[in-house]
Design a protein around this ligand. Structure first.
Ligand SMILES: [Zn+2]
Length: 458
């Protein structure tokens, strides 16, 4: 393993030998990104790996720099404190037992804290941190820790078992997995640990036979259990997965336009009802537009670029375009050229209807889409009962642009489908209609057995 050299203020050389970590651990924990979210199986060595990482960061730090280990409660942080003391060579550090901390010979301080007292987490400038068992750490504590890392641009490792989908760590993990800037995501399962030789196959066989399936999946496969509140159904979403129909032609497009920080996303469905194009971008991808200076949703240049791209990609294909708020002028600009483009104004009522249409399509497996960010958004999407009715949307901190684009595309698809059926009905000779012969859809695809059965087309 690599040996890192760091020079202490007194010019003594310190050799830090990084203990052996297996490749999945190394890749996850030693990522270059500032934020690394690691959803890991129990006994996969995630805690040890992060102890090694944080200590190494501290050895590379300077006198007075703070490096924090945060656990849900102080007692859990103390366990790591004690393990770490045992792991360091004598004479290379001093400790404080009452306010658990380790001061290394270079003057850097490793501090162990409980998230049960978020107020204790504010104030200092922290140069690197680990949040252990993140799903059990309160969101307030995460905000506090993040604020201590702001001035230093310090790195943070957020680790833990998974626990349902209703927590900030789950949402952050989905953002990391979707490729958000500065973030790295990793899942380490029991199988990775077995392969690396740190966990015995027998142990997980026993666990599987003893634990309820969803508990086993959370603990050993790092697969969060399916909380209620997803209108599509996680199993149904997975049943609809199909690779992108890249060779099919778009039959219709749905476009969701970016608000302040999210994405403009266009999705096209082919005659099979499958996604055949998926295009998304946001301001950060147009470096010539200074996106950091202005995150308002109405950046004129951004909209100009967006308008041009939508026009080029959509052509004369029927499309539904989000025309809520800043989308309004776009929809008008597009529609003045192509009457096949229709605006859709999102309100809580219209969104509910749109999403319920998509939910039926997904549950009946009429629509197909590839895995990836879109699938993540669909799986995280939720409905909540509120005082004013049902609210459909992404959980806090997540986006639903892909879900909206898909729902708009499906809405258009149903319209187009109905029109086609009607067209077919009117152009089909009477004899054929009466005998109900099979009539193929476009491109030789037999979508409809009977063109008279309009009701089954939606
Ligand atoms: Zn297709």
């Amino acid at each position: 393993m690599p040996t890192l050299r760091s020079v202490s203020p007194t010019r003594t050389n310190i050799n830090f030998t990084r203990p052996a970590l297996y490749p999945r651990q190394l890749e996850a924990i030693y990522s270059d990104q500032r934020y690394s979210v690691i959803e890991a199986s129990t006994k996969s060595g995630k805690t040890v790996g992060c102890m090694v990482w944080l200590t190494e960061q501290a050895w590379l730090g300077k006198t007075g720099h703070e490096f924090w280990w945060i656990a849900p409660i102080l007692e859990q942080a103390r366990i790591v404190f004690r393990r770490l003391k045992r792991g360091l060579s004598a004479g290379s550090f001093t400790t404080n037992e009452s306010d658990p901390s380790i001061t290394l010979a270079n003057g850097a301080v490793l501090r162990f804290k409980g998230a049960d007292n978020p107020d204790s987490l504010y104030g200092e400038d922290v140069h690197a941190a680990v949040i252990d068992e993140a799903t059990r750490v309160k969101e307030d504590a995460w905000f506090a820790v993040r604020s201590t890392l702001t001035a230093t641009r310090g790195k943070v490792r957020i680790i833990g078992n998974v626990k349902g989908r209703r927590n900030w760590a789950y949402r952050l993990a989905r953002r990391a997995e979707a490729g958000e800037q500065d973030m790295h995501y990793a899942r380490i399962t029991a199988y990775d640990a077995i392969q690396a030789g740190v966990l015995a196959q027998q142990e997980i066989d026993d666990a599987r036979s003893q634990l309820p399936e969803h508990v086993f999946r959370e603990l050993y496969e790092a697969e969060p259990s399916d909380d209620e509140g997803n209108p599509f159904g996680i199993a149904a979403i997975r049943d609809c997965l199909e690779p992108l129909h890249t060779t099919c032609k778009p039959a219709c497009w749905g476009w969701d336009l970016a608000r302040a920080n999210d994405w403009t996303w266009g999705i096209a469905l082919c005659d099979h009802g499958a996604v055949c194009r998926s295009e998304r971008w946001n301001q950060s991808q147009f470096s010539h537009l200074d996106s950091s200076a202005d995150t308002s949703s109405s950046h004129p240049e951004y909209w100009e670029v967006t308008l041009r791209k939508i026009r080029d990609l959509t052509g004369r294909t029927p499309a539904a375009v989000d025309s809520t708020g800043p989308g309004g002028p776009i929809d008008q600009a597009l529609n003045s050229e192509h009457r096949t483009i229709e605006g859709f104004v999102f309100s809580s009522k219209s969104k509910q209807l749109l999403m319920e249409g998509l939910a039926v399509a997904i549950q009946q497996h009429h629509v197909h889409f590839p895995d990836g960010v879109l699938q993540l958004e669909l799986e995280a999407f939720e409905y909540q009962y509120t005082a004013t009715g049902v609210r459909y949307g992404a959980p806090e901190g997540m986006h639903d642009d892909g879900v909206c684009a898909l729902a708009l595309a499906w809405w258009k698809f149903s319209q187009v489908d109905r029109l086609r059926a009607l067209e077919l009905l009117l152009t089909t000779p009477v004899r054929v209609r009466q005998t109900g012969a099979l009539v193929g859809g476009k491109n030789g695809v037999s979508r409809w057995d009977n063109p008279l059965a309009l009701d089954s087309q939606s």
